[in-house]
Design a protein around this ligand. Structure first.
Ligand SMILES: [Zn+2]
Length: 556
């Protein structure tokens, strides 16, 4: 059917309540993307409505959700992909031809540690067989100029078949656009929310680097190329990515769209699970990490909290602590400042406050709003409780009227002048740049106010110094350096981490369906990697190793 008539027919078939927003036809693929506020109503009972549409217009319908909070990133991305349908068709054709270029016996498998081993930051792993070369993650090490070892002799971007990205934190995704600028032109496998968040964070990285007067490692061109080469998978969807590798992404419980990377190699020869960053506990946002796979002979697991002493308080205690701190501050007429990371932690705090029935204004400042908007585009990636609330009961906690976005300096000044008790959720999480620093400067002197730390404060950050008890902070005000007395109350809430503590890491390994033959650890300080490798060896009686960067291990 021609596009115009088809559009008319679809509009007739879609129920009014579905909130149809947009129709995009892609003749290259024979598809029509239907964007709506309530995609479930377009799909219909057991896919009835969708089937009816397909049979009537003979276009293959794809349903996408309009984010409940308008998101520029989601819109720009969808437009970019739509404009590049031609390119996408040729690209997917090329990728498909390589994948099905004929299967040969896999003789060996080796794994190269290119970054993020015995350290946190610049995560990067190369997985090789005679047939395949696949890169897992490629991140930056925040606060340093240290990049993954892409100059290792076994790395050749021209011969690389694919990149798999576990999740959109800069220490995992931050260098991916650079690989495309350096000439890589293969596929990038990830979940759709990971793609969107990666764009948000990499754009922010470019902006911040430029503001500091430095040159970013790449431009927006690299980000666009990465998006054009992205192949999005859903959790549990099994996909061939090379002639002898089969990929499945599974929920990692860590951030929106965050994935465990499961790779099946050869015909039943070997299975690898790379955890990326993993949370094996239910949080306000996500289900615990999945262990729903049959086999994984090799496990590569993170060890951010890999020491036996790294035990966090119970989640429920942390959540209560946060709510009580905020209530205490507003009840005495103060403002509670919560410096927070834009992705995950902020939405976590929003969900906790909304669920607790917190009824004072919570102002959202910085990149948090964009990350929240992306979250509202993908409710099916949240935990069952939130899905039920959002999709069935129509109660989206992120749309709660207590939340208000701050868009300008005038709005900030107005909040200060009104002196209305409230909570301010602002980036950055460690008080290094971003509006949270401005807020601290404005709120520090009044002892009615409160500063609530909800995340890790890195060594050398302003947050860490205040946590350690600094009573004055040096600040630049109108071009002059002055010391601001810190009179506001300081509260630290621990236990909201998106990483598993030692007990959760251990539980995850002990609940796998099949005992692994190799446990490799990465993503932790040197001492934690070594300690957890030692402990796992003693407990599970299996080979373990804390590889160093640039070490290579043969898996089979
Ligand atoms: Zn992470």
């Amino acid at each position: 059917m021609d596009m115009e008539t088809a559009a008319e027919e679809i509009k007739k078939l879609v129920p009014k309540e579905a909130g149809l927003e947009d129709l995009d036809f892609e003749p290259e693929f024979g598809t029509v993307t239907i964007e709506a506020a309530k995609p479930g109503l377009i799909i219909g009972k057991r896919g009835e409505t969708l089937r009816e549409i397909r049979n009537k217009v003979i276009w293959f319908p794809i349903v996408k959700r309009t984010p409940s909070i308008p998101s520029d990133i989601v819109k720009v991305l969808r437009d970019l992909l739509y404009k590049n349908s031609d390119f996408r068709k040729d690209f997917l054709d090329r990728v498909g031809k390589h994948i099905h270029s004929g299967w040969k016996e896999t003789e060996w498998i080796r794994l190269s540690a290119l970054g993020g081993f015995r350290e946190v930051g610049r995560s990067c792993i190369l997985l090789q067989t005679p047939e395949s070369r696949v890169l897992l993650d490629c991140g930056i090490k925040p606060g340093t100029d240290e990049f993954p070892y892409l100059n290792a002799p076994e790395v050749d971007l021209k011969k690389l078949n694919a990149i798999v990205l576990s999740h959109a934190h800069m220490d995992h995704c931050g260098m991916i656009p650079l690989l495309y600028e350096m000439g890589f032109d293969g596929p990038l496998y990830l979940t759709a929310p990971t793609r969107d968040l990666m764009v948000l964070l990499c754009m922010d990285y470019i902006n911040l680097t430029q503001k500091e007067g430095k040159t970013p490692a790449y431009s927006t061109k690299g980000i666009k190329e990465a998006v054009k080469h992205a192949i999005c998978l859903e959790y549990g969807e099994v996909s061939d990515i090379t002639p002898d590798m089969r990929l499945t992404l599974l929920n990692s419980g860590h951030i929106l769209g965050g994935s465990l990377v499961h790779i099946h190699i050869g015909d039943g020869m070997h299975n690898i699970l790379y955890t990326g960053d993993i949370k094996f506990d239910r949080t306000a946002l996500f289900e615990p990490a999945s262990n729903n796979f049959q086999r994984a002979e090799t496990i590569l697991i993170e060890s951010t909290y890999g020491s036996k002493e790294d035990i966090q308080p119970k989640r429920i205690e942390a959540e209560t602590g946060l709510v009580e701190a905020c209530k205490k501050a507003v009840e005495r007429g103060g403002i509670a400042l919560v410096p927070s990371f834009a992705v995950e932690r902020s939405q976590d705090i929003m969900a906790i406050l909304a669920r607790a029935g917190f009824d004072k204004k919570v102002y959202i400042d910085g990149m948090i709003w964009d990350a929240t908007a992306i979250t509202t585009a993908y409710p099916e990636y949240l935990n069952r409780e939130l899905q039920k609330l959002i999709l069935q009961q129509g109660e989206n906690p992120f749309l709660n009227p207590i939340f208000k976005r701050i868009g300008s300096q005038e709005e900030r000044m107005k909040i200060l002048e009104e002196k209305e008790p409230c909570v301010i959720l602002a980036t950055s999480g460690m008080l290094v740049g971003g509006p949270s620093v401005w807020w601290l400067k404005s709120l520090a002197e009044n002892s009615k106010n409160m500063l609530v730390f909800v995340g890790y404060q890195g060594e050398g950050s302003l947050g860490r110094r205040i946590q350690k008890g600094w009573k004055e902070v040096p600040m630049e005000v109108n071009g002059k350096n002055i010391a601001i007395p810190v009179n506001l109350e300081i509260v630290t809430v621990t236990g909201l981490s998106g990483h598993s503590d030692y007990k959760q890491l251990y539980n995850y390994l002990s609940r796998l369906k099949q005992k692994p033959t190799k446990i490799l650890v990465n993503h932790g300080e040197s001492s934690k990697c070594l300690e957890s490798a030692r402990n796992y060896h003693a407990s599970f009686r299996t080979e373990t190793a804390a590889l160093k960067n640039l070490e290579v291990i043969r898996l089979k």
